[in-house]
Structure formats: C-alpha cells, structure tokens
Design a protein. Structure first.
Lengths: 468, 213
C-alpha cells in the first residue's frame, strides 16, 4: 500500500503549496517526502515486493536504485535549505525550487518503479521538465544558456529513444506490450532485425540522459549552472535512473541472444565517454564542470563494466553506488566552496584546508573516493573491471582503460590539489562552518568508506540483486 | 490517396532544404500536421474511438494549429524572418537534402525486403524526414530554426508510427503530447528570454560555457 502513497504524495503535496505560501510548509513537505521515500525502501526491503495497478513494481531489481534516491534525497535536503538561505531566494523562487524538487524526485522514482519501457520513457521525459527550472534558478546569462542546451539536447535524445521504442515495439509485435518481464521472457521470439535496429537508438537516446558520449554535451553546462544540491542529484541519481532503463534493455538483448552486439555498443559509448573526459577535464577552469566531466568518465566505466559482464557486472553496479555517493558529496561541498570563495573558478580557490578545515577535508576525502584510492569502493570496482579484462584476454582494452582513467585522474588531481593547498585569500577565512554544511557529505563518505572496508551484507545483496 | 498525401509530406521537407524563410518552415510543419491527421482519419473504424479521438486531437489541434501558431508568435516576437547565415550554403543544403531523400529510400528498400509488413513509402519518407530534421538542427544557426527542426523530427516520428502500424499504449501517446506541449512552453519562455538577453538568438552566441581540450 506504500507504493501508491509514494507516487501520489508529491503530486498532491505540490498543489496546496501554491496557496499556503509558507516556507516552513514547503520545507516540511520536502522532509516528509524524503522520509516517506526512505521508509518505503526499508519497508520493501523487509516486506518484499509490491505492485501497483500492474504498471509499477518495487522489487529486488530496482530496490538499489530506490535506496539511492532515498539516501541522496536525505543528503540533498539540508544542503538545499542552506542553498536557499544563502541565495536569499524570493518566496516565489523558494516555492519553485520545492515544487520542482518534489516533481523531479517523483519522476525519477516513477521511472525506476515503472515495469513498462513506454512508461519509463514518459517519466524520463518528465525528469527533463522537472529539472529545467533548477538549471535556470540563478537566472544568469550562463544559466539561461545551460538551460536551453539541457532542454534542447535532452529533448532530441528523448525523441531518438522514442524511435528506438517504436522499433522495439515492432520487434515485439503480438508477443509483448513493452513490459520488461514480457520482453525478457519472450526475447527468443522477438524479431532480431528490429531489436538490433532499435538498440542504437535507445542507447544514444537514453544515453543522452545517462550522460554518456556522444550526447553528453549538456552535462557539464547543466551541472555547473544548477544549484549545487541539485547538481548532486543530477549526477548522483538522474544519470543512474537513465542507466537503469538502458540496463533493462541490455537484458532483453542478452536474453534474445544479442549480447555481443549490445556489449559492443556499450563498450563504444563507455570508451568514448572516457576519452571525452580525458581530453576535456584538464582544460576545465570551473570545478563544478570538472566534477561533471568526472561524471561522464564514471558513467563510461559503468557502461564498460556491463559490457564486459562476468565479475565486471557486479563491479559496474558497485561503481554506480560509489559514484553516486562520492559525487553527490563532492557537489554539495563544491556549493560550500563557491559560497566561501565567491567563485566557481579553479584558479580562484586556494588554501581550502586553511580557510575551512571541514570543507577542505571533505574535498580531499571526496577526491580520494572518486579517484578510486583505497579503501573506497571505486578502487574495488575499477580493479574488478580491469581483472575481468585480463580474464577475457582483452589487453588492448585494458591498456586503453588504464591510460584514459589515469589521464582523468591527473586532470582531477591537478585541480583538486591546487584548490586544497596554498594560502587562502583573506576574504575566504571566515567563521567555521555549521554542522549542516558538512554533516550530510561526511555521512555519505563514511558509508562509502564502510562499504570499501567491510561491505555490509545488505549492500552486497542490493548490488547483486540489481545486476541480475 | 494516402500515397499522394505521403508524397506531399516528403515534398514539404525537401522544399525546406531550398528555403531559408521562417514562415515557410512553419507552413510546412502545419501542412505535415494536417497530412498526419488525414492519414489517421483514413483509419477511422480500425481504431477504437478513444484512440482515434486522441490521435486526431494530437495531429489536428496540436501539430496543425497550436504548434505552428506558437512558432509564428516566436518568429514575430524575435523578428527573425529568415536563416541568414547557415553553416552550409543553400545550394549545398539542396544537394544534401536530395541525397538524404534518396538514401532514405535505399534504406527502406533494404528494410522492406527483410520485413515486408513495413509500408515502404511512408517509412522511407519518415526516415528521410528524420535525417533532414537532424541536418536542419545541426546546420542552422538560429535557435528558432533548430526548434523547427525538432518539430519536424516529431512529425517524422508520427509518420513512422503510422508506417509501422505500431500500437503503443495510450499512455505513451499521452507522453508524446506532454512532450510537445511542455517543450513548446519552455521554448517560448526561453527563446523570449534568450532573445532579450542576447539580442540575436543565434547558437553562436551561446558559447560562454565551453572548455578547451
């Protein structure tokens, strides 16, 4: 019974907010929604699967993604309140932020819960519309540019994905109605030609939202212009939500005996994403754009892991979790840095450890987590992916993988250390941060550290079940 | 009759390769919307009444009237009469447009041999329209022209659905309508904002967010 409540609550709650005109009420609704989402995940984890009107289902296959939404939502809310306070958001823009957040989380939750590919597509479309106001939130010339690119490129991507769905529907004519379970069960009887024809359209189309090359160009712009808590959500969850649908389609291809072809597309997108990040990350002058290029790289690694299969499949899903936590933490911290230093330019930030110890520490530890240094789980996932390449005897791929990952690491490290070390400008040394400014990120990084050192059984099972 | 309509749909998109006038773009988009409506009306009786009503509304009200009217309003507000300086000159566009059209039919010939159930003429024109719409998006500098390229792409997708007789759940059709409606709203909003911010709404003005390798 909790599934319909979770889906309907944000829609019903958004309506009275326009008449109440109370910031406290708006914030309370967000908190209740986040707690409801977290409660629902715990409930499904304990009580088992739940279905709603035949189109939505919460089960072990999507519980990991729902858990990520819940965890990141809880981390993003305090950061959002802080952001709205710092921005001195007007009553109207405060309401826009809250309503957009409710709808954004609703659309991501709906996409993950949807049993039907068509319905998934509708929710993915809705994520673009719900998140566009965030990117325009600061109303600069650059925000406008980023919003335009985001809406336009994602719309084109979504239209391409729709063409893919058309071809997939043609391959499934009479056999199934775009339900994942039907598609997988009937996969051997699907028309191979149309199935194969649909896959590139789906990969490019949904890959646009997943932030992988060749349709990644909206990502650095949108992530750098959106409020930092929203960038955390975009990077930590939106990309994964789009990936979720793509993985389900990958499973259909696998069941239809077209795994080799599907893996080839994933590998090409994965390596193209790594290449793009490696080329552009060193040239990034804005640290939020730097983090965005790192997101493209990490999504590429996830695609590569799925393409390789075997032990790399578990690694890909572990990587997904680790990237979501580490990147969200880094983006929220980036918001604090922007507030303290008054700039998003890498060159404008020096002496972070001296100016603000907790923020400096979070930046340093966050960098270690995203760079894949032990004991963080990205070290394990990248190691497992590399090991799978060795097991499969794909040494050329291994060399390309290691070189590209190292280049990205170099670009990241140069900027991150430059910001961390040195002397802080006088204006940056202000009062020490309040716990609300560092606690959510610290918790995310602590969980990651725990997963890396001694992975709790519940997390291992969630990751394993998601990859099945 | 439906073959003539489909050919007319294709001629419209080919004509766009020749022109740079914004109003012609809008007229072609409206014409294509009306052709799509007629192609659906042809299937009256084959579809259940709700789907028929929904698709008729989508094509006639939205694609033929509302979308062109909104585009017309944007053109008047932004005072952009024509695409003055495309990335590819007019003659090149005509050559490329024609080549794409022929290539679309070559693809169709190949596809219809593999799956004879595909209606070759609308499939070929839909594929050609899709590619030309992409070409317009990539080769034109004005943002409003790119939006029109996107709308042409949506029309091509609708023709593709008709060609392949794919019956998707109504929910997905609703999603398509939502997509068009909200995007128009956003485009109207942001194009207005972009125009007042940048004076000239050209893609080349939107370069403040760029990294060097």
């Amino acid at each position: 019974m909790i599934l319909p409540i979770l889906l309907i609550f944000p829609l019903l709650a958004a309506v009275p907010l326009f008449s109440l005109r109370s910031r406290r009420a708006e914030r309370s609704v967000l908190i209740v929604h986040a707690l409801l989402t977290a409660g629902a995940v715990i409930y499904w984890g304990v009580a088992g699967p739940e279905e709603f009107i035949g189109y939505f289902r919460a089960d072990s296959g999507n519980l990991l993604f729902l858990a990520l939404i819940a965890a990141l939502y809880l981390a993003v809310i305090p950061a959002s309140f802080l952001y709205l306070e710092r921005q001195k958001a007007s009553e109207l823009w405060h309401r826009i932020y809250v309503v957009a957040m409710l709808l954004f989380v609703f659309s991501m939750t709906g996409a993950v819960l949807a049993k039907n590919l068509g319905l998934f597509w509708v929710f993915i479309e809705a994520t673009t519309l719900a998140s566009a106001p965030f990117i325009y939130f600061e109303r600069h010339q650059s925000s406008l540019e980023a919003t335009w690119k985001y809406v336009f490129i994602c719309s084109v991507g979504i239209a391409i994905a729709f063409i893919g769905i058309l071809f997939l529907a043609l391959s499934a004519k009479g056999e199934s109605d775009l339900f994942y379970t039907d598609l997988i069960a009937n996969a051997p009887r699907l028309g191979r030609f149309w199935l194969l024809f649909s896959f590139p359209f789906l990969v490019v189309g949904l890959g646009t939202k997943a932030g992988v090359a060749p349709m990644h160009s909206w990502l650095p712009d949108a992530h750098s212009e959106a409020p930092s808590p929203v960038s955390a959500f975009l990077s930590g969850m939106l990309l994964n939500t789009a990936f979720y649908g793509l993985y389900r389609i990958f499973q259909v291809m696998d069941a239809a005996g077209l795994r080799r072809e599907a893996a080839l597309f994933f590998l090409v997108c994965g390596f193209a994403s790594l290449l793009i990040s490696a080329v552009y990350i060193s040239g990034a002058t804005n640290y939020k754009r730097l983090l965005a290029y790192s997101s493209i790289e990490n999504m590429g690694i996830i695609f590569i892991g799925v393409a390789l299969g075997g032990g790399a499949l578990f690694a890909a899903f572990l990587h997904l979790v680790a990237h979501a936590f580490a990147k969200s933490s880094l983006f929220i911290t980036a918001g604090n840095i922007a507030h303290r230093f008054g700039t998003k330019d890498i060159a404008g930030v020096r002496g972070l450890r001296e100016a603000d110890r907790p923020t400096g520490a979070l930046w340093g530890v966050g960098f270690a987590a995203i760079a894949g240094l032990p004991p963080f789980p990205i070290f394990i996932s990248e190691f497992l992916i590399a090991r799978e390449m060795v097991t499969q005897g794909r040494f050329g791929l291994l060399a390309a993988f290691l070189i590209l990952v190292t280049l990205v690491l170099y670009g990241m490290a140069r900027a991150a250390f430059g910001m961390y070390l040195g002397s802080a400008p006088a204006g940056a040394k202000a009062e020490p941060p309040r716990p609300i400014e560092w606690l959510p990120q610290a918790v995310l990084l602590a969980i990651l550290c725990l997963v890396g050192v001694a992975m709790p059984e519940v997390i291992r099972r969630l990751v394993e079940m998601a990859s099945l | 009759m439906s073959q003539i309509l489909t050919i007319l749909f294709g001629v419209g998109i080919l004509y766009l390769a020749l022109t740079s006038r914004m109003r012609t773009y809008i007229q072609v988009i409206a014409l294509q919307g009306f052709i799509l409506f007629l192609l659906i009306a042809r299937d009256f009786g084959k579809l259940d009444w709700f789907t028929f009503f929904f698709l008729s509304f989508e094509t006639l009200a939205f694609k033929t009237i509302i979308v062109p009217a909104v585009l017309w309003r944007i053109v008047e507000r932004t005072h952009v009469a024509r695409e003055t300086d495309p990335h590819i000159p007019q003659f090149g566009s005509v050559v490329i447009g024609t080549a794409v059209f022929l290539a679309g039919f070559a693809v169709t010939d190949w596809v219809s041999r593999i799956d004879p159930s595909v209606d070759a003429l609308p499939f070929g024109i839909a594929v050609s329209t899709l590619i030309i719409a992409f070409f317009i998006i990539l080769s034109r500098k004005k943002l409003i022209t790119q939006v029109m390229g996107y709308m042409l792409m949506q029309n091509a997708v609708s023709l593709l659905m008709i060609a392949m007789a794919v019956e998707l759940p109504l929910l997905v059709n609703l999603g398509v309508l939502l997509d068009i409606f909200t995007l128009l709203f956003l485009f109207l909003l942001f194009l207005g904002k972009l125009h007042s911010t940048y004076e000239e709404t050209s893609r080349e003005k939107l370069t403040s967010l760029r990294d060097q390798p």
